[in-house]
Ligand binder design. Structure first.
Ligand SMILES: Cc1cc2nc3c(=O)[nH]c(=O)nc-3n(C[C@H](O)[C@H](O)[C@H](O)COP(=O)(O)OP(=O)(O)OC[C@H]3O[C@@H](n4cnc5c(N)ncnc54)[C@H](O)[C@@H]3O)c2cc1C
Length: 478
């Protein structure tokens, strides 16, 4: 018997503010969420450990932002060169109260249309499968990231079925384990789904599911530290540039060699501002990446310097609802044709659900408050919102895909930004790719050249094509 009403997924589960029904119970997000984190991860503060108080005078590589992306880069760099290379991560909030990494829903899937995205997520799954090989410290296993191996089930209407089929071909060519299901097959496999209006579905049979990003971050950080990475608690508030004119005909002629000389770090609870001299600086500041780049006047000059890093925070709500007679263990992460999604959260009848707003509906990013009225959750039997939280997407406002590689003018400033809802699953691939770029001068595994900053200058934009009716790429990549 179908327990969840309507079209199933979220066509039935979720409706936006303008709809009429209000089944929403208001709760204080922060206290609930923090309580649940504490219950789930009683040792989390110990695992994150204290950050070192003072930065050294100089470092080979400085990573700004110690979330999943920054920590993955740090890990892969030090895995390649353990001694003789000083890697420092600057993190302004070691409790990660606002970091995307810990406020995400930890999903991973391969159902993209750009080969690089398919491959990056497949590597993410491989990394998780071999996590002990990567993240064991002193013979102690890393924390269990609680991987739930359930596929993503994307539903398409007649209008979007052709695009779904085209994406499927690309995914298969790239080795993804995905199958197409007719509406009848969907019904056979998941009888609780209302398939009215559904023409086709795409279902991941391997390498997909969800996990606990908090645990992955703790494990990566612990491992990176064990390899000698230094985490510094501080806020990067500026840079100084070196401006040595390089010989005419040199590699960057006719430009000045505009490299960063120092990263300026404002220390916590202190007026002190410490300059850290760095050979290479990596922007891994998540949603704040655009702001950080502005400090270098990227986007505030001529020619290449006129193009800014198009990354800004965008608030996304996640609702936890309770439906004791909902689908069980084999419940996939379901994405309906509007881009609304839901999945099981544990086995106690809890589900999480969400839907990205349209451009016009984008909420303010001044705070992380939840609008409980924005989404209505309907369920035929008993369903109620138990809690909810909000987090910031590291949103690439131009083409919603990752931006990786060096800036064309500031030749020691690298980007690892703009994941727009995919950053958790792509973090291992990005860490590995950045280590290749920096230590081997080019990509050796997945070629991410197209994902460079240069694409905004050349207007060679990279869009995902998805089959949701009214949404952009990131909306279906929870
Ligand atoms: C609700 C939600 C659901 C999501 N679901 C998924 C999902 O299912 N799957 C998926 O793959 N992705 C998902 N994402 C996206 C994913 O969380 C992000 O893409 C990813 O976490 C980005 O990681 P990061 O390390 O770059 O950013 P963050 O985790 O935000 O880390 C950046 C760090 O930089 C620090 N920082 C910023 N500025 C400075 C500065 N000036 N000085 C020092 N430190 C600084 C911040 O304190 C922060 O800790 C979701 C995001 C949200 C909000």
């Amino acid at each position: 018997m179908s327990c969840i009403a309507g079209r199933l997924a979220l066509r039935c589960l979720c409706r936006t503010k303008n709809d009429s029904t209000h089944l929403v119970r208001h709760m204080s997000f922060l206290s609930e969420f923090q309580k649940s984190l504490k219950e789930k991860h009683p040792f989390a503060p110990i695992q994150f450990g204290p950050t070192d108080n003072r930065p050294p005078d100089e470092a080979d590589i400085v990573i700004i932002g110690g979330g999943l992306v920054g920590s993955s880069i740090a890990y892969f760099l030090k895995r390649k060169i353990v001694r003789g290379m000083r890697v420092v991560v600057i993190e302004r909030d070691p409790a990660y109260t606002r970091a995307s990494s810990v406020l995400s829903v930890g999903g991973i899937h391969q159902q993209f249309s750009l080969p690089e995205n398919v491959q990056m997520s497949m590597y993410g799954a491989e990394f998780l499968r071999n996590i002990k090989e990567h993240l064991t410290v002193d013979d102690a296993d890393p924390p269990d990231v609680q991987f739930n191996p359930q596929g993503y089930l994307f539903l398409a209407t007649e209008k979007s079925a052709r695009q779904m089929k085209a994406n499927y071909d690309i995914q298969r060519e790239n080795g993804a384990k995905v199958e197409l299901l007719t509406a009848t097959k969907v019904k056979e496999k998941f009888p609780w789904i209302n398939t009215d209006g559904i023409e086709l579905a795409s279902y991941g049979t391997e390498n997909e599911g969800w996990f606990d990003p908090w645990c992955l971050l703790a494990a990566l950080k612990q491992k990176a530290k064990s390899l000698g990475v230094q985490y510094v608690h501080g806020n990067v508030t500026g840079f100084t540039l070196r401006k040595d004119k390089i010989p005419k005909g040199g590699p960057y002629d006719p430009y000045y060699d505009n490299r960063i000389r120092n990263v300026k770090i404002s220390m916590p609870n202190s007026p002190e501002m410490i300059p850290l001299s760095a050979a290479v600086v990596i922007n891994a500041a998540g949603p704040q990446a655009g702001h950080l780049s502005n400090l270098l006047k990227i986007g505030d000059g001529k020619n290449e310097m006129s193009v800014s890093l198009p990354v800004e925070p965008r608030k996304r709500y996640v609702y936890v609802c309770y439906c004791p007679s909902g689908p069980g263990l084999d419940c996939p992460l379901v994405v309906d044709p509007t881009g609304a999604y839901f999945r099981r959260e544990g086995l106690g009848g809890n589900y999480i659900a969400g839907l990205s707003p349209t451009q016009k509906e984008e909420p303010s990013v001044d705070n992380l408050n939840v609008d409980y009225d924005w989404l209505k959750i309907d369920c035929l039997f008993s369903s109620q919102i138990k809690s909810a939280w909000a987090g910031f997407y590291d949103y690439n406002t131009v083409d919603q895909n990752a931006i990786i590689g060096v800036h064309p003018i500031i030749s020691n400033f690298f980007f690892a930004n703009g994941f727009s809802g995919h950053g958790i699953q792509q973090a291992p691939a990005i860490g590995r790719a950045m280590s290749e770029l920096l230590l081997e001068q080019s990509y050796k595994t997945i070629d991410l050249s197209r994902f460079g900053f240069q694409r905004f200058i050349d207007q060679q934009l990279l869009y995902e094509t998805n089959y949701s009716s009214n949404v952009k790429t990131e909306d279906v990549n929870v």
